[in-house]
Write a protein of this length. Structure first.
Length: 201
């Protein structure tokens, strides 16, 4: 999902704009409801406040609780809002770990298997103690493209230049300082036929 949005910048802008707006709305909704509570005015329902968090405004809702000191004694908010935020962060993390496959899917003659790896994308792992500066310099020099930078682990998904083969590109990056491994970006599809395992006799 993250990689899909990165490849579609207009959609990414829409999503980011939505998240900013919904979090601002959630933040001020808690402030407005706090003011209404003090002045005995018509209140914003608890269901609405929670829904704002569920549909993407969990950060704004959490900040609203802290800044306005509102709903902090209500168990469903004190525990519910942080829980919603944690779940949303976990979902974001899970989707960011999946690298978008950029290889084109083409029909193969009957009986042949689909390619096992992307024809343009590969994975590079580097030594954290050395850092990624040498790798970044090599990427710029070789005119490769960063598809995804794995922040949790020291690695990147890279796309080869159009005028280079995947093999020669991978061979080039194996020689870069600090690089531990360069591997294919494997593709797994549910529609692929099951291959029988080879048993050594």
């Amino acid at each position: 999902m993250i990689d899909f949005l990165q490849q579609n910048s207009s959609l990414l802008n829409i999503v980011l704009t939505y998240l900013v707006i919904i979090n601002v709305v959630a933040f001020f909704a808690f402030g407005i409801d706090k003011w209404k509570a003090k002045h005995a005015k018509w209140r914003i329902s608890e269901a609405t406040l929670l829904m704002l968090a569920v549909i993407g405004g969990s950060i704004g809702a959490w900040l609203g609780m802290k800044v306005w000191h509102h709903k902090t004694l209500h168990k469903k908010f004190r525990l519910g809002i942080p829980l919603i935020l944690i779940i949303q962060i976990a979902l974001l993390f899970l989707t960011s770990c999946k690298t978008k496959q950029v290889a084109e899917i083409t029909e193969l003659p009957q009986g042949q298997f689909a390619p096992e790896h992307s024809s343009t994308v590969f994975i590079v792992m580097y030594d954290r103690s050395i850092g990624k500066e040498p790798l970044l310099k090599a990427i710029k020099k070789y005119k490769a493209k960063i598809i995804y930078d794995y922040n949790i682990t020291p690695g990147m998904a890279l796309k080869k230049p159009d005028n280079k083969t995947l093999e020669e590109t991978m061979q080039y990056f194996r020689k870069v300082k600090g690089v531990i491994s360069v591997e294919y970006d494997h593709i797994y599809r549910l529609t692929d036929p099951v291959r029988p395992k080879q048993v050594d006799r």
